[in-house]
Design a protein around this ligand. Sequence first.
Ligand SMILES: Nc1nc2c(c(=O)[nH]1)N[C@H]1C(S)=C(S)[C@@H](COP(=O)(O)OP(=O)(O)OC[C@H]3O[C@@H](n4cnc5c(=O)[nH]c(N)nc54)[C@H](O)[C@@H]3O)O[C@H]1N2
Ligand SMILES: Nc1nc2c(c(=O)[nH]1)N[C@H]1C(S)=C(S)[C@@H](COP(=O)(O)OP(=O)(O)OC[C@H]3O[C@@H](n4cnc5c(=O)[nH]c(N)nc54)[C@H](O)[C@@H]3O)O[C@H]1N2
Ligand code: SF4
Ligand SMILES: [Mo]
Length: 715
Amino acid sequence: MDVDVTIDDENGAARMTADTHCPYCALQCAMTLTPAPAGPVPVTVTGRAFPTNRGGLCKKGWTSAELLSTPGRVTTPLVRRDGELREATWEEALTLVATRLAELRREDGADAVGVFGGGGLTNEKAYLLGKFARLALGTSRIDYNGRFCMASAAAAGNRAFGVDRGMPFPVTDLDDAETILLLGSNVAATMPPFIGHLAGARAAGGLIVVDPRRSQTAQLTANGGGIHLQPAPGTDLALLLGLLHVVLAEGLADTRYVEERTTGFDAVRRSVASWWPERVQEHTGVPVAQLREVARRLARGRGTYILTGRGVEQHVDGTDTATAAINLALVLGLVGRPGSGYGTLTGQGNGQGGREHGQKSDQLPGYRKIADPEAREAVAAVWGVDPAVLPGPGVPAVELLGMLGRPGGVRALMVHGSNVVVSGPDAGAIRAGLEALDLLVVCDFVLSETAALADVVLPVTQWAEEEGTMTNLEGRILRRTRAIEPPPGVRSELDILAELAHRLGAPSVWPTDPADVFDELARASAGGIADYSGLSHALLDAQLADGEAAHWPYPAGSTGTPRLFLDRFGHEDGRARLVPVRAREVDAGREPGELTLITGRLLEHYQSGAQTRRVPELVSAQPEVRAELHPATAARLGIGEGDLVLVRNPRGEVAARALLTGGMRIDTVFLPFHFAGRQCANVLTEAAVDPISAMPEFKRTAVTVERAAEQEEAA
Ligand SMILES: Nc1nc2c(c(=O)[nH]1)N[C@H]1C(S)=C(S)[C@@H](COP(=O)(O)OP(=O)(O)OC[C@H]3O[C@@H](n4cnc5c(=O)[nH]c(N)nc54)[C@H](O)[C@@H]3O)O[C@H]1N2
Ligand SMILES: Nc1nc2c(c(=O)[nH]1)N[C@H]1C(S)=C(S)[C@@H](COP(=O)(O)OP(=O)(O)OC[C@H]3O[C@@H](n4cnc5c(=O)[nH]c(N)nc54)[C@H](O)[C@@H]3O)O[C@H]1N2
Ligand code: SF4
Ligand SMILES: [Mo]
């Protein structure tokens, strides 16, 4: 869709508006951009009526256009010379990158070059990046920040259903729910317009929020809205086993559904047998009476949904925890039936599409496995190459970052859409790895902390300056449309990848028009799980103008799939798998005097903060990191409101002002991860990962907290 002429201003001159979606999270709120040539910000943003956001936007959405003209915008390639990043021409920068990449490949083989992508990239960019890694670089070593985000929920969904689509139903289905169990998700801060879809459940007293903090979302359960369960961090798996135990003990299971639509019930039944409520209370801190009440409420007829967020997934047992939530939903007969369901809330703007089209180490476009000979053949045919030239599976993100600069590891890294030095686990080690590289190339539109370490920075277009598609949290494909011309000097990522592919002598064709890239993606996805082959930019534009949604799978000749699993699941026998899982020990390894650090998000900032720390209104609302502590914990440690505290462990130290709140447990401290330098929460987190999904443990880290000495306070 190109721009529409819809507004006439006073003197009759037509101005153009573009209907698009927010550049940030997976709710992908609909907005209209109107060019404002006179002001400091080049477009004005208005919310647009759309099923997911109903015209609403959060603060980040409202202020998103400010980044287009931020003083920190990079508009010229930068190349490091004598230790400093200096302006260079595109010819110089691209020649340097292509020459060095080819040299390193010659010296150490193709796997000496790594690629790190992002879930904020459009489908077109994510697809071309995966193709570029496999064909132009020939490397297997590509992965992306979705490993930090969606990997555990995705692994659990694939294992249970044979398909991973965050929400297998439109979000508006939630409007009629009577009961919603929301585990480890703070939507009131992370997707504010989403809470409109919780209104029905709240009115019915059925919003059940599981969070060790009284988060903004947990606060929605007050005044009869529902129940807040406040377990110890990392004990959700035991809680879920306990809920299933009560469901079975009290005869609340949907036995007919279990028999007809699932396999594996007996093993799961046995696995929860010993999780009687008293044991669960001891393990999690959740009272027996609450556990029983919640189990009964979930089983009370239709209108029940179970949803998970990062709070339960970003753990070393995140896949098993998501699996336990799925088991509960299946035994209650909630999945694949209108009026009930299970889902996970995708995070980044294109967190869903970003994991479908080939930037994950083990995948090819269409959510196909790169190790599967049939998938390799199908995609190689679209690319016009011999399947034998495609590398095999690479390694997941944390492992990839652990190889930087190591012998036999990765000597050059290309980063597209992630600020790993702030957002990756054990950030100090990641910084050391990035510094040890022979070549770090970062594509970005601002000088993120990661870009600041690069040898070459390539400036790219931003959302309002480009065309493309995004796949939101419901698996609905949306159009991103251009409202304004990019500033002179920046190039689109598609253009950069195509140019480098040519210089590296890559086979195949390298389209740069997003509609053409989409057409190729659609063909490459045909027959895969995430099949987009019936779609094109033109079709999407016509449909969207009609108010019709496009949910994948959308094979040629179909009209898409708003609701999955109505008749069958993705496994060959059509049944869902119930998979027995076990809870780990609580607090193993906590020393006396240690607290558990949990990390997460603030409404005003997005991710590593590379973008939102550049928006004045957001910065003035949340200028710096604050450590949230229970007043009793603070009193015990001699800490007062606003004191500077040091949060420490052997990996690092964060300096933060104390924010005292009764919403914390006395054994935990909370830090948002949006800040850099001495405020970076991830210098404390550990690179330990879930054995199935390779998701790092972001939500549970041992730390000590103490008041900073006076000299430190003064500094
Ligand atoms: N404002 C804002 N919105 C965002 C983003 C952002 O950076 N800022 N990022 C987007 C992205 S990529 C994502 S992935 C989503 C994430 O969205 P959410 O999943 O809602 O975000 P988090 O704040 O990481 O975690 C949610 C909650 O988990 C709780 N939690 C921590 N540990 C545990 C635990 O062990 N068990 C349980 N049950 N809960 C726990 C935290 O206290 C927190 O309130 O948000 C998206 N939206
Ligand atoms: N401690 C802790 N750490 C966490 C989490 C947590 O809960 N706790 N959550 C994790 C999660 S869920 C996520 S998703 C990650 C996210 O963390 P990151 O991967 O760091 O994500 P962003 O901060 O969004 O970084 C995106 C970067 O890409 C740039 N960018 C945006 N769009 C584009 C584009 O189209 N092309 C290019 N080339 N660049 C672009 C932005 O300017 C920014 O510099 O953080 C993870 N880290
Ligand atoms: S909720 Fe997400 S998509 Fe909507 S305006 Fe806020 S950041 Fe943008
Ligand atoms: Mo995320």
